[in-house]
Write a protein that binds this ligand. Structure first.
Ligand SMILES: NC(=O)c1ccc[n+]([C@@H]2O[C@H](COP(=O)([O-])OP(=O)(O)OC[C@H]3O[C@@H](n4cnc5c(N)ncnc54)[C@H](O)[C@@H]3O)[C@@H](O)[C@H]2O)c1
Ligand SMILES: O=C(O)[C@H](O)COP(=O)(O)O
Length: 630
């Protein structure tokens, strides 16, 4: 069967380039005009009215040219600017324009005087550029356009395509009204809404296919391309109100991102993860073995927080799902809250405040102490514990700490060998141990019994670390003078009603797991975690992965990259290299990292390769996941 010939008809403004050329020309010609901003806005508005079909194109062109007040010499500046503004994904797929030059046309309501120069760099000759031409006066001022050109008239592209009478399938790629009407008029077979630079609802509604970038267009048409799998096809789901910067960053990189404000139950998550490649969560969402096992497309999980125990890290590893987190991002926020709470508890501030809210003036020094000179007992001398140690000393507290690991003291802090020793000496005990399940009920009746009469407890680590019934009892009998609790054994999926047995107890500060919830921390996390995710998805880097061998890979230019995740069993590397040799691939780099369970091998090869190698590599026994980049 002879394949049908395909003709690719490109719009110019906001499709081949990221901008509307006449808007850029206006920036040039109006540079010293005091009314520049107003005139440019008027030009933009008129452009949009024309693109959306609200006014006739002829009228829009006429009005804009008058406002532009341009000269012939301005055009060379415009061309320089436009050269810098070719659409990003068009630029990276320049090869397509070289290889399919014969089948490519530009039909634009813009002007040949600048389009020709730009598209010439993309191998499109002037005879395949259909566009308007300017009219100049004797002083080389642009005074109008050739009104006989069909492209200066309403629905000009339809007429132009009709006159061209192209043989074979006609595909139109554009961003506005004048492009999509060609399909409706029957002169184009398929219309691709090109949304890389501008998204117009009407254009999308009238499209056969939406192309957020040129990779997608090439992918749909099964044409050679620079990126094997268009990024917009990679779906990301961000739960639990992850900071909007994460959405912005990932979307800007071209991924399709959906956000949900709450966490999801296991069943909801299983359903929602169908077709999702990357999941973003915070501390609430439980990513169980069942969830990971059913999420066939899942490649990575980003914990937009510190803790990762909510994720079954082993199951993730066994399924080739890489997990990243933000290990220090909210440390300072937790420390500051701890400091504030130490002071608030020792001054009974919440109690005094509640009384006054209820109309009672109770000025008293009873139960109010300075923190200076008091003994702070830090349990868990990790990132948070250590920072707290320094700040507490600055307040004049005497710091003691207990940790299961050997941790060197900062400042004048003193390490204590036994938890019991710490509990019996400290005026305030603050918990900063990690979210290991072995720490369940770490502090219960026995530990409260060891604590000093009238001491305070702060828990900003994990809810299950403290036996809540025992804490309630210790507070009710006055063994403890107060407590601050931020984390609970069972926390709700979303904001709303909640009950804790500590409710109503005096001098007890209750906060809804907000230790790390500051604007600064959430913003930092939204910067850090997407960076790690993008480094993995875009180039295979696993630096800082929580559950996976870490590899930092060099950038690859003009090569393909195969990512192969496999069970760490003998003989896999030999099998991989045997397949690569059978297909006579020229390996330009190979990187391997393993741990006890999995191996991760990255192979960079020369650009051209036989696609059958992919199937062969996937078939190797022990393969967990395989992916091609570029
Ligand atoms: N409330 C919040 O919003 C919030 C925010 C961030 C972190 N956290 C939680 O705070 C805790 C500490 O975070 P981090 O970043 O400092 O963690 P980290 O891993 O740096 O430090 C934890 C320390 O606890 C020690 N440890 C673990 N089990 C222990 C035990 N049984 N006895 C004594 N020491 C023990 C570890 O050796 C380690 O030094 C974690 O549970 C984390 O999830 C809560
Ligand atoms: O693990 C963490 O970083 C803290 O518990 C904060 O979790 P969050 O992002 O759900 O507030």
């Amino acid at each position: 069967m002879i394949p049908t010939k395909r003709n690719f008809v490109f719009d110019f403004d906001s499709t081949l380039t990221r901008v509307e050329a006449l808007d850029v020309l206006a920036e040039i010609t109006l540079v010293n005009n005091p009314q520049k901003a107003e005139i440019i806005q008027e030009i933009v508005d008129i452009t949009n009215l024309g693109i959306d079909g609200e006014i006739s194109f002829t009228e829009s062109l006429d009005r804009r040219i008058k406002l532009l007040n341009a000269k012939k010499s301005d055009l060379s500046l415009l061309i320089d600017e436009l050269r810098k503004k070719v659409s990003t994904s068009i630029e990276r797929n320049k090869e397509f324009f070289e290889n399919y030059s014969e089948d490519i046309y530009v039909i634009s309501c813009g002007f040949k005087e600048f389009i020709d120069d730009i598209v010439k760099d993309y191998n499109i000759p002037s005879e395949r550029v259909y566009a308007n031409t300017f009219e100049f006066d004797e002083d080389d001022r642009i005074i109008g356009f050739d009104a006989d050109n069909v492209l200066s008239t309403h629905n000009g592209k339809i007429k132009c395509l009709k006159d061209l009478n192209l043989e074979g399938e006609v595909q139109v790629i554009g961003d506005g009204y004048s492009d999509y009407v060609t399909k409706e008029a029957g002169v184009a077979d398929r219309f691709f809404a090109y949304t890389e630079n501008v998204v117009r609802d009407r254009t999308i509604e009238n499209a056969d296919h939406i192309a957020p970038n040129f990779d997608e267009f090439l992918y749909v048409n099964k044409l050679p391309r620079n990126i094997s799998y268009p990024k917009n096809r990679i779906k990301m789901l961000l739960l639990e109100n992850v900071h909007p910067d994460a959405f912005a960053k990932l979307s800007k990189d071209g991924f399709t991102v959906e956000t949900v404000s709450t966490s999801l139950s296991e069943d909801e998550l299983i359903e929602k993860l169908k077709g999702v490649h990357v999941l973003g969560i915070r501390s609430k969402t439980q990513v169980t073995r069942k969830v990971i096992g059913s999420a066939k497309k899942l490649m990575a999980v980003g914990a937009f927080c510190i803790g990762t125990k909510q994720i079954d890290l082993d199951a993730a590893k066994e399924n080739g799902v890489i997990v990243f987190n933000a290990p220090y991002s909210n440390t300072r926020s937790v420390v500051e809250l701890a400091i504030g709470e130490i002071i608030m508890l020792m001054r009974s501030v919440f109690q005094r405040s509640t009384e006054l809210h209820n109309g009672l003036w109770n000025k008293t020094a009873q139960g109010a102490k300075e923190v200076r000179g008091k003994k702070l007992g830090i349990v868990g001398y990790g990132n948070i514990g250590k920072q707290l140690s320094v700040l507490a000393e600055a307040l004049g507290m005497k710091v003691y700490y207990y940790d299961v690991e050997d941790k060197l003291a900062l400042g004048n802090a003193v390490r204590v060998e036994k938890l019991s020793e710490l509990l019996s000496m400290a005026d305030v005990i603050t918990l900063h141990i990690d979210d290991n399940q072995a720490n369940e009920n770490f502090i219960g009746d026995d530990e409260f019994a060891l604590m000093k009469e009238g001491a305070y407890l702060i828990n900003l680590s994990r809810g299950f670390v403290v036996d809540m019934k025992a804490l309630k009892k210790a507070l009710e009998v006055g063994r403890l003078a107060g407590a601050a609790v931020d984390v609970y054994p069972k926390e709700p999926k979303a904001n709303g009603d909640y009950y804790t047995e500590l409710r109503g107890l005096p001098n007890v500060i209750l906060t809804p797991h907000v230790g790390g919830s500051t604007e600064e921390a959430q913003k930092d996390i939204a910067d850090f975690v997407p960076g790690k995710i993008m480094a993995y998805i875009n180039s295979g880097n696993t630096v800082d992965a929580v559950n996976f061998p870490n590899i930092r890979l060099p950038r690859q230019v003009n090569a393909h990259r195969f990512l192969h995740i496999h069970k760490n069993v003998p003989g896999i590397m030999a099998s991989i290299n045997k397949v690569l040799a059978e297909f006579e691939l020229n390996i330009t780099g190979q990187y391997l990292s393993t741990d006890a369970k999995v191996g991760y091998v990255i192979t960079d090869i020369d650009k051209e390769y036989n696609k059958k190698v992919i199937k062969a590599l996937k078939k190797i026994e022990g393969t967990i996941k395989f992916r091609v980049l570029y």
